[in-house]
Design a protein around this ligand. Structure first.
Ligand SMILES: Cc1cc2nc3c(=O)[nH]c(=O)nc-3n(C[C@H](O)[C@H](O)[C@H](O)COP(=O)(O)OP(=O)(O)OC[C@H]3O[C@@H](n4cnc5c(N)ncnc54)[C@H](O)[C@@H]3O)c2cc1C
Length: 140
């Protein structure tokens, strides 16, 4: 991601709603905020920053509220379409991480290769798994 191996690309995420002030903060102010906060936690020296880019991602997270309780209706409908395999985070409207998303893709490929048309193996992913980013108590 960087042209010079001596540099590193550092991603900083801010979470907000679209009507929050943070969403409409000018790019320059957002970058300044990130640099200031990264400095405050001693992660960087602000003078070392070469450049920054702001990407605003609306609807970044699958929402489990509103009409979500009726999600089963949609699932039942699309599951009937034999050659349609919904995978990934937005495809399944599920809070999958990258590992889950790739597993769902692999399960879909297995199904297609073996002629399986029910989608249960895909929907079973990220149901009972422990979340991979749990904090290690020993590292506290
Ligand atoms: C802010 C944020 C932080 C995250 N942090 C982590 C993390 O630290 N670790 C982790 O494991 N996971 C993390 N995730 C989750 C991870 O990004 C997703 O689980 C993963 O990227 C989902 O993969 P996907 O293939 O389902 O979808 P995506 O990666 O979203 O890929 C879908 C692609 O389809 C394209 N697309 C959409 N519509 C169309 C269309 N009509 N035609 C053509 N192309 C289209 C999109 O542009 C996109 O490139 C994070 C997600 C977010 C939003």
């Amino acid at each position: 991601m960087v042209t010079d191996p001596a540099l590193i690309a550092l991603g900083v995420e801010y979470f907000c709603n679209r009507d929050d002030d943070l969403w409409s903060l000018p790019d320059g102010d957002l970058k300044a905020l990130a640099i200031r906060e990264l400095q405050q936690i001693d992660l960087i020296d602000g003078d070392d920053v070469v450049k920054g880019t702001v990407v605003r991602v609306p609807k970044a997270y699958p929402a489990y509220f509103g009409t979500y309780a009726e999600f089963g209706l949609i699932r039942a409908h699309v599951d009937r379409i034999e050659n349609l395999f919904l995978v990934g985070r937005n495809g399944m409207h599920r809070y999958n991480n990258q590992d889950h998303s790739m597993l769902t893709a692999k399960a879909a490929i297995d199904s297609i290769a073996s002629g399986r048309t029910d989608k249960q193996n895909i929907w079973n992913i990220n149901v009972d798994d422990e979340y991979h980013e749990e904090r290690d108590p020993a590292a506290a």
